[in-house]
Write a new protein. Structure first.
Length: 485
């Protein structure tokens, strides 16, 4: 975000808080307003509402070791419930504009790596265990200590890398960029559109949405991101009714036959905490490695997201520390427990919260709006899921730009921090993983500092986490050495 825009978004002098809610959430103190927080809450919800459709598809399409499937309607209810409750708790307890929901990537691990080895109850039990262990790490102070041990340039690089990552997500989700199938026998991994060129009404909606969003941002229009999402959803509804559109992807912009649907809470509580350890044919080492993979992914995805969102919102202190970090991390760990207990997979902090920050959110009050919309989604899913990805994705591209501006704070003349920062920034979008980017940056930082004779400058926690990342990246040969494959 440009300096001029930050000044515009944070009025000076700071107004005196007008009521108890303002004082509790420190809305005026952080230079925000109720209007900005509400707009931000709506923007965050619409950019991540796709999880209500996507999570049931990912988990519902897989079967466990015994051939059982999870019910899609029950999954939708569980996903909305956990997102609503944990987002509100994060807003009240952590006072950050940071929404939570079922984690993408983690749900795929559960569906396609864990479930085939055991029953769904046992798989969700592992998620609960993972969340409990993360909470232990928070209570002992280890998780917060790791975040404080990260050098400031790497924190800035994490934020920039996340910006590129979510912009890439926006391009991919909208179909502006697609993966070239391996059968094409080409070395180019992605391409423009579905066949090397842009075609179809959905992509047009996305392109118009990007142009509208950046134009509104350049004009410093209040509510720019939310206005774009709503406007392009209306355009998509009109196009879908007037034109023959083959597919919009996960969400088709059409007025639903009914506005209200009854939630089904049948999956809540369906988990077995230690059942995985008793599964026939699944060794203890395998279970431990699965838990380790889940913890590491959840741990550092959250770390990157929390730092990135806080940095973009201007909430980091002079030492680069996140406010209320201990509570924020504990709530995030509890969200993983809640996700497993509800059979919706591990819930975690969402980088799409950056859309709300870009709209003006600076406090947890916006979470009350986002969480309230997820609660409404329990009953109004047909209405609230008419926003196609092509209408919401431009927000991710715009926020990617805003987060990218922090790259100017990195000292690119100091290779000992510049190279790790570069790897952090590049690996995130190129591997589609926040965790991978952080790991690459950590390992490069430790190696470069060591070869320069500056090993003593490395915090001991960075040595430890880098060693864990080394195992994480080499997990396949490690499993083979341990005989679990």
């Amino acid at each position: 975000m440009s300096d001029s825009q930050k000044v515009a978004d944070r009025p000076s002098p700071v107004p005196t808080p007008g009521n108890g809610v303002d004082r509790f959430f420190r809305i005026s103190e952080r230079g925000s307003t109720f209007g900005r927080e509400i707009r931000g809450g709506f923007a965050t919800f619409f950019t991540m509402a796709y999880i209500l459709v996507l999570n049931p598809i990912i988990l519902g399409s897989a079967e466990d070791k015994y051939g059982a499937h999870l019910d899609a309607v029950q999954l939708s209810t569980a996903t909305a419930l956990v997102a609503a409750v944990m987002t509100v708790i994060m807003g009240v307890g952590g006072n950050l504009p940071l929404a939570l929901a079922a984690g993408l990537g983690l749900n795929a691990v559960v569906a396609f790596q864990i479930a085939p080895l055991m029953s769904w109850d046992d798989a969700m039990g592992l998620i609960v265990l993972e969340g409990l262990l993360i909470c232990v790490l928070v209570v002992t102070g280890l998780r917060e200590a790791v975040m404080h041990a990260i050098p400031q340039p790497l924190k800035q690089a994490i934020s920039v890398g996340i910006g590129l990552f979510i912009a890439f997500i926006g391009f991919v989700d909208a179909g502006f960029v697609t993966r070239i199938p391996d059968a094409a026998n080409t070395t180019v991994p992605v391409q423009l559109g579905g066949s090397g060129s842009l075609a179809g009404w959905p992509v047009l909606v996305f392109c118009l949405g990007v142009l509208l969003t950046v134009a509104l941002l350049a004009r410093k229009v209040k509510g720019a991101i939310l206005i774009s999402i709503v406007a392009m959803t209306v355009v998509a509804l009109i196009i879908n009714s007037a034109a023959d559109v083959k597919s919009w992807g996960l969400t088709t912009p059409e007025w639903p036959d009914k506005l209200v649907d009854t939630p089904d809470f049948g999956l809540i509580g369906d988990f077995s905490l230690f059942g995985a350890f008793d599964e026939p044919g699944v060794g203890i080492i395998t279970v431990v490695l699965l838990i380790f993979t889940l913890i590491l992914s959840d741990f550092f995805d959250t770390m990157g997201t929390v730092v990135g969102i806080s940095a973009e919102a201007g909430l980091l202190d002079e030492d680069g520390k996140v406010p209320n970090l201990g509570r924020v991390l504990l709530i995030d760990g509890a969200a993983a427990v809640a996700g497993g207990a509800a059979s919706s997979s591990s819930a975690t902090s969402y980088i799409e919260s950056a859309a709300g920050v870009g709209e003006g959110s600076r406090t947890g009050f916006s979470n009350l709006v986002t969480g309230g919309l997820f609660a409404l989604a329990l009953f109004l899913t047909p209405l609230l899921t008419i926003v196609p990805l092509q209408a919401a994705a431009p927000a991710l591209v715009a926020v990617g730009f805003l987060m990218m501006t922090q790259v100017k704070h990195i000292d690119w003349d100091r290779y000992e921090v510049a190279i790790p920062a570069f790897l952090t920034i590049a690996v995130m979008p190129f591997t589609y993983s926040i965790t991978n980017g952080i790991g690459a940056g950590f390992l490069a930082y430790v190696v470069i500092k060591t070869v320069l004779g500056k090993a003593r400058e490395i915090h001991w926690l960075l040595w430890g986490t880098s060693a864990l990342f080394l195992v994480y990246f080499a997990i396949d040969p490690v499993e083979q050495l341990l005989g679990v494959r």
